[in-house]
Design a protein around this ligand. Structure first.
Ligand SMILES: [Fe+2]
Length: 291
């Protein structure tokens, strides 16, 4: 039995100052002051972190948006948080759009969290592969800088081609694709979508995967993607790990743990979802099998 935890979208935020308020960060800060700072709270993340750590998962995955404005202090804060949940060998990170908020910070995720985003081959590139027992984690980056009011992501041809190779190379293992953006978005989230989601879905349909984990939407989500030979691939989203309460179209903070086991010629995977309630306590809120 392998227990894999998944959480996402911490949105650790500091206030931009002076020149940092120019452009997209300034507009984002107005939105933060008006609304988002009441949603993403460090004390909520602390409660989720404490609960998660008490469950001693074999491995933890974090699918992006660890920071909010891509300020150096935020990356350092996220680094300290990562170190509290586990060493780089036991925690895998992929970046989200808020981790590459503007062009000048493109190198920052690797600079601060590089050892949490590196494959077993030691190379700094996406996708990277981490093999833990019969679990193959295949980590993608969709974090690209975008203009104001945009939160799209993109993989690009090179990552998609390498993803196809990685899925082939790890066939026979329980292959888990880690990605910040969901592989498909409704039209109302057009400016927050993965722009080459159709190309990603085509690779998955051709090569297969046992599971895909994503963040970005701050909601619990389960959808089934087309795999090869009429098999379906479950794609699961988690809420933000720092969301104070359920509101509008977002869920209260939570995380998932997947209990994965080989079963005959296939796999058995049970998902357990945890949620922070209005009383501040974190508890199990759902349990279901995905294979
Ligand atoms: Fe995001």
């Amino acid at each position: 039995m392998f227990a894999l935890a998944h959480l996402s979208d911490l949105h650790l935020a500091l206030a931009p100052k002076g020149i940092e308020l120019a452009g997209k960060r300034g507009l984002g800060f107005i939105n933060w002051q008006r609304k988002r700072k009441y949603i993403h709270r460090p004390d909520v993340l602390d409660a989720i972190t404490r609960d998660l750590k008490a469950r001693s998962a074999d491995h933890i995955t974090v699918t992006g948006d660890l920071v909010n404005f891509s300020l150096p202090g935020e990356y350092a804060w996220a680094r300290r948080w990562l170190e509290t949940i586990g060493p780089p060998n036991d925690v895998t990170v992929v970046p989200g759009n808020h981790d590459v908020y503007i062009h000048s910070v493109e190198e920052f995720p690797a600079k601060f969290w590089g050892d949490y985003m590196r494959g077993d081959d030691g190379l700094d590139r996406f996708p990277f592969i981490r093999q833990r027992r019969e679990i193959a984690l295949i980590a993608l980056s969709t974090g690209v800088p975008t203009g104001p009011f945009m939160a799209t992501g993109r993989l690009g041809q090179r990552q998609l081609a390498r993803l196809a190779e990685a899925l082939e190379q790890t066939r026979g293992n329980f292959r888990i694709v880690l990605i910040h953006h969901p592989p498909i978005s409704p039209l109302r989230r057009y400016f927050r979508r993965l722009s080459d989601g159709a190309e990603l879905r085509a690779v998955l349909a051709a090569k297969g995967a046992e599971l895909l984990l994503h963040g970005h939407d701050h909601r619990r989500a389960l959808l089934w993607l087309q795999g090869p030979a009429n098999k379906k691939i479950p794609a699961l989203g988690v809420p933000s790990a720092s969301a104070a309460a359920r509101h509008a179209k977002e869920d209260a903070a939570g995380y998932n743990i997947f209990h994965i086991d080989a079963a005959g010629t296939g796999w058995h995977c049970e998902t357990v979802s945890y949620e922070r309630g209005t009383d501040g306590a974190v508890r199990e809120c759902a349990r279901f099998r995905i294979c």
